[in-house]
Design a binder for this molecule. Sequence first.
Ligand SMILES: [Zn+2]
Length: 422
Amino acid sequence: MLDFTSYAEQVYQRCDELAEISQDRQCLDRRYLTPQHIAANQLVAKWCKEAGMNTWQDQAGNQWGCYASDNRDAPAIVLGSHLDTVPNGGKYDGMLGVLLPISLIQYFHDNNMKFPFHIEVVGFGDEEGTRFGSTLLGSQAVAGHWQDKWASLMDSNEICLGQAMREAGLDINQVHKASKEGGNIEAFIEVHIEQGPVLESKNLAVGVVTGIAGAQRFNIQVNGMAGHAGTVPMAMRQDAVNAASEMALCIENAALEFGVVATVGKMNTLPGAVNVIANKVEFSLDIRSEYDDLRNKALAAIQEKIAEIETRRQVSVKWNETHSADAVMCDENLKEQLMQATAQCQQSAFELPSGAGHDAMAMASLCPVAMLFMRCEKGISHHPDEAIKASDIDVTLAVLNQFLINKSAMYDKVEYDNALIA
Ligand SMILES: [Zn+2]
């Protein structure tokens, strides 16, 4: 394996440097279209230029760099992730997927390496959706899915997206120009920290993502009958807490049976008094799988079981869906190419699904997408304790390098074959 130690060190240090740009002095918080977002773009652009790229910020506030091929008509391979964070976030979620490709291109630039395709780097302005409550704004603009109604989305200070764009020096009437629909993009590859504990448990630096889970969320309301904790006999109760608890356990069982993940993360009991049988419980359900049919089957089983509990316990249940997104599979060819490159640089190539959403979901409607996950300590993310190892960056740089070298060789082969035909 090639030695990328000094470039890995550069990525590691730049993650620290970028994390200094925050709208909150106490913690890392960088949201879409803030002065800190634009400052982060400028720093990223400076690093892109040092690596021999030309740079631009698009009309949606995404930062781009291009390491151009000598063939002007060549397609582009886009590498990137997002530059925004959650409030009190970590230094690597998103940023790693922008800074790691820049340092790899720095290596190409230092060694005068050229490719038969353009290599573009993108830092999306909004993935987390923490300012306007709508996620993936940056990558959706690039994928050509910007919706005009988003102009009136409000942040917590009553500033609408249109005004925020103006304040950031952008024009919302031009935002459609950020779309790359119809552009010559061969692939989008996103490097991201895993945000889970699987790679750590396998003792691997890098894994290849099979697909990004689809998800549905519900608010479920259970209505029973309030009563005195001392006077109503157990057999005569319509206890909403006990009904909801049984429902939560049947959700866990269904998830295990169908191989999906399902979570009851919020539960609220009313009236919420120690000596009163609760008459109302509201709880959340978040159910995900990279296979939509499995998720649908698990959900149907949960709904059937909850209906049975509803009848038996004489409560009434109301479902309210709050979110729904289908799964996105990574491109089979790209995934195989990343697996091959991983096998060349790490003792074994390993596949895993992504339970969290990513920019690659939006980009999938534009071009074939694939993802590399890098191990992060204890799987922690969206928290200042997010941690990675420089030695893992080293391996990830080697894998991405190998992937691009292998791609380049495929181009050369096609050219050679065409020459033979001619
Ligand atoms: Zn992220």
